[in-house]
Design a protein around this ligand. Structure first.
Ligand SMILES: Cc1cc2nc3c(=O)[nH]c(=O)nc-3n(C[C@H](O)[C@H](O)[C@H](O)COP(=O)(O)OP(=O)(O)OC[C@H]3O[C@@H](n4cnc5c(N)ncnc54)[C@H](O)[C@@H]3O)c2cc1C
Length: 439
């Protein structure tokens, strides 16, 4: 390893690569370390419109994305029991406008991001797992699995669900109430849907089933990512992954019929116990971004969006620390990310309670204001405090009451005292750091 860089980023997924590209563009020397090498498999294919301006700022504009990835015009929720489809469009697929966002094959997308980071001057070290980090002295020392040492002035932890620092510092708390187990595969030759559903491939569709849901994400190469997400109580005993997957898909009979005629392209894969929260996202010389700072649930495709937006937001904060020693910028970063996660978390909780689906998504007489409010959250605009649904979600008022009220009135006037969903931790970025020595 070369010896020193201003900033070391651990992890080269979307979070690490975007942060690297943006910081290198500001003139910092940046090294990015990944224990794997690209291209590599990763789940998480569906992006949100609110990420697109950041991707554009590093060269992935709409034309570039359209050349490589599948356009996504909105999110659809399908209830197979009553055969009801609710569509939330970010834009209309047949109006000629470029797609507002995309479904990506992560092997390709993450490789493209790595290459952009490299072209902008980041040094990339692949097959280089970081094992230890010593932060109590300047410069910070990081060691890889071979015992080689690299030094830097600041560390960004972008290690995804490995959540390297949060685990080591004991800041990672599991969130038990969300989807517990996801099983997925990729399929080709899925028979076309009924003609009434001609635009299926321009959307992501979520099929609602007992104890969970199924994602249907069309990809640019003609394949489709299909995954089932189950809450703990819905996980069957003594079933292998394929049996578990098929048992869940059977609850959506038309999809089951179509998949029975399709070709699975890989073996069934699973992810489990993936929902967690990290209360402390910053330290004197480190910050956590993307999944390393917490991951909620795949239902609203918020993962890559939060990884990318946390990268963009962390750049100013790291700049302020390195240029002016201003740690308040890190506190602001932490507060911003907490606010975004609170909105998504409240949305996810209500989704699993199904009151969101019953009272909002499938309510027949949604007023236009409420429809727009839902679409804006689904698009990832979670910092928009003028959104009445965000006002409601942020205020944490009783859940059953509010979803109904807001669906009827279009706004929420309930001013009951807020109960924090996430604790708001005290942040004390003073030296020395809470952990010391090499691990
Ligand atoms: C079932 C499921 C479905 C999902 N579906 C979606 C979706 O449709 N849309 C969406 O936006 N999100 C989805 N997500 C979430 C999405 O996958 C993640 O939020 C996203 O990949 C986070 O990006 P990241 O850069 O933070 O981390 P990652 O993409 O996980 O990248 C982390 C990188 O760090 C590296 N690393 C880890 N430890 C070390 C170490 N010690 N040293 C060096 N390198 C290390 C890893 O090799 C990896 O390359 C889904 C998640 C799950 C579980």
């Amino acid at each position: 390893m070369k010896n020193h860089s201003d900033i070391a980023i651990i992890g080269c997924g979307p979070g690490g690569a975007v942060a690297g590209a943006l910081l290198a563009a500001r003139g910092y020397s940046v090294s990015i370390f990944d224990r794997d090498h690209h291209p590599r498999h990763h789940i998480g294919e569906s992006l949100l419109p609110a990420s697109m301006s950041i991707l554009q700022s590093i060269g992935m504009d709409s034309a570039y994305m359209q050349a490589h990835h599948q356009g996504k015009y909105g999110a659809r929720f399908f209830d197979p029991v009553v055969n009801r489809l609710e569509v939330f469009e970010f834009a209309l697929p047949d109006d000629g406008a470029p797609p507002p966002t995309f479904n990506v094959i992560r092997e390709t997308f993450d490789l493209q991001l790595r290459d952009i980071a490299q072209q902008r001057g980041c040094r990339i070290y692949e097959n280089c797992a970081i094992a230890t980090l010593t932060e109590e002295q300047v410069p910070v020392q990081i060691q890889n699995h071979c015992g080689e040492t690299h030094t830097c002035d600041f560390v960004i932890d972008a290690t995804g669900s490995a959540a390297m620092l949060a685990r080591k510092l004991g800041h990672r708390e599991m969130l038990p109430d969300f989807g517990r187990l996801a099983i997925y595969n990729y399929f080709s030759d899925i028979p076309a849907p009924e003609s009434a559903d001609a635009f299926e491939r321009q959307y992501i569709t979520m099929h609602l089933i007992d104890g969970g849901w199924i994602w249907f994400i069309p990809l640019r190469d003609g394949s489709t990512s299909v995954g089932v997400v189950l809450k703990s109580a819905a996980v069957g005993k003594n079933l292998n992954l394929q049996q578990q997957f098929l048992a869940a898909v059977r609850q959506s009979p038309l999809l089951h019929q179509r998949l029975a005629q399709a070709t699975p392209l890989a073996s069934y894969r699973a992810a489990s116990d993936y929902s967690y929260y990290c209360g402390q996202k910053v330290g004197p010389r480190h910050v956590l971004i993307g999944d390393a700072a917490g991951f909620l649930d795949p239902i609203f495709s918020s993962g890559v969006h939060l990884a990318i937006t946390s990268s963009a937001r962390v750049v100013d904060a790291v700049d302020a620390v390195l240029q002016r020693g201003e740690h308040s910028a890190l506190r602001q970063y932490q507060a911003d990310m907490e606010a975004a996660m609170r909105v998504f978390q409240a949305f996810v909780e209500r989704f699993y309670r199904r009151d969101l689906v019953r009272n909002l998504f499938f309510s027949a007489d949604k007023n236009p204001l409420m429809r727009k409010a839902i679409i804006n959250i689904l698009a990832g605009h979670v910092w928009d405090l003028t959104n009445p649904l965000i006002q409601m979600l942020q205020s944490n008022i009783p859940k059953d009451v509010c979803c109904t009220d807001i669906a009827e009135s279009g706004h929420c006037e309930n001013d009951k005292a807020a109960v924090s969903v996430f604790p708001t931790p005290e942040i004390t970025p003073t030296l020395p750091t809470p952990y010391a020595g090499s691990r």
